[in-house]
Ligand binder design. Structure first.
Ligand SMILES: [Fe+2]
Ligand SMILES: [Fe+2]
Length: 331
């Protein structure tokens, strides 16, 4: 997909251009879409490259904790479902790298930044998957949080990002259902199975809540992203909305959320939750979580193992180009 896109200079439309800025402002004010060839402020482009590439890296690194259970899934059916889910995540990463490339940053550079440990990805994927129930908890909580975050991104002002998110969200809802169903089956199983499901929910709940990012008063870029119609709701708003969804669903599961401070605040009409450990969040984000080193090492290995595929694709593309040029000469 990516190689078909014509390169867009990373400095296209920059530096400042009064007419370009006015056109950009009009598009944003009309809640319409910015496309790759439109002029855009350097900071808008930079914000998008950062956000979209972090999102792409999260999809790709996020394949690892679940892939860990493919060979040990409890049945052929579960294995097939999990494989499809993990492959979907690879596809999400590819759509998103393609969207980032339309802003002028090559995928190769984004990948190199990731494997050099210079890029960020969602901190949640640095936690280990200890039991089969973790696959359920990831689908239910992590993909559930991803949906809450991503549905509003379908309306993001940058066209290629919004369009990629539409396809991604359709698949995320399947992911959440498969996770919920794994937990439901365990919760209705033996007492040990139910305990395994509860234990997984206990471990994934707080990291899932932290996926929405730091609290609003500690999230300096949020305001600008909202002014640019990239983000539509604040971190805390999305987190509260998510807690409300989980409260309803955990009852159906017959499990509990490990948070005795969850309540609906009548006055603000919002869900409240207990305190989260933001120091832990910062530690994991800084590379010191339980699996950070392992995740990056595995990503590096996978990239090196794939070198022959990239070489073959480049050789094939060159051959196609040469053949086309020869045809054109003959014509
Ligand atoms: Fe995904
Ligand atoms: Fe997913």
């Amino acid at each position: 997909m990516a190689h078909k896109l014509e390169p867009v200079s990373s400095t296209a439309g920059e530096p400042a251009d009064d007419a370009g800025q006015a056109a950009f402002d009009r598009i944003i004010a009309a809640d319409s879409r910015i496309e790759p060839r439109d002029w855009m402020p350097a900071a808008y482009r930079k914000t998008l490259v950062r956000q979209i590439s972090q999102h792409a890296h999260s999809e790709i690194v996020g394949m690892q904790p679940e892939a860990n259970w493919i060979s040990r899934a409890p049945s052929l059916k579960r294995k097939a479902i999990l494989m499809a889910k993990v492959q979907d995540e690879a596809g999400h990463g590819l759509y998103l790298y393609s969207a980032a490339e339309t802003l002028g940053t090559p995928r190769q550079q984004l990948t190199e930044d990731l494997i050099a440990g210079k890029a960020r990805y969602s901190s949640i994927f640095n936690y280990p998957t200890r039991s089969w129930a973790d696959v359920g908890a990831i689908g239910w909580l992590v993909d559930g949080a991803a949906i809450c975050n991503q549905v509003p991104l379908c309306r993001a002002s940058y066209g290629p990002y919004g369009r990629a998110m539409v396809r991604i969200c359709k698949e995320e809802s399947f992911h959440q259902r498969q996770g919920f169903e794994i937990l439901l089956e365990l919760a209705q199983g033996t007492p040990e199975q139910k305990q395994m499901a509860q234990d997984a929910v206990n471990r994934w709940y707080a990291p899932a809540l932290m996926m929405f990012g730091p609290p609003d008063d500690d999230s300096p870029n949020s305001k600008q992203s909202m002014a640019w119609n990239i983000k539509r709701f604040s971190n805390d708003e999305l987190r509260q909305r998510f807690v409300g969804m989980m409260v309803e669903q955990v009852e159906v599961l017959g499990l509990t959320l490990p948070d005795d401070q969850v309540r609906f605040d009548e006055e603000s009409q919002k869900w409240e939750h207990g305190p989260l450990d933001w120091d832990e969040f910062k530690e994991v984000l800084a590379g010191r979580g339980p699996c950070n080193a392992q995740r990056l090492e595995r990503r590096r290995e996978a990239h090196e193992d794939g070198a022959w595929v990239r070489e073959a694709a480049a050789a094939y593309a060159l051959r196609q180009r040469n053949a086309q040029e020869q045809n054109e000469e003959v014509a």
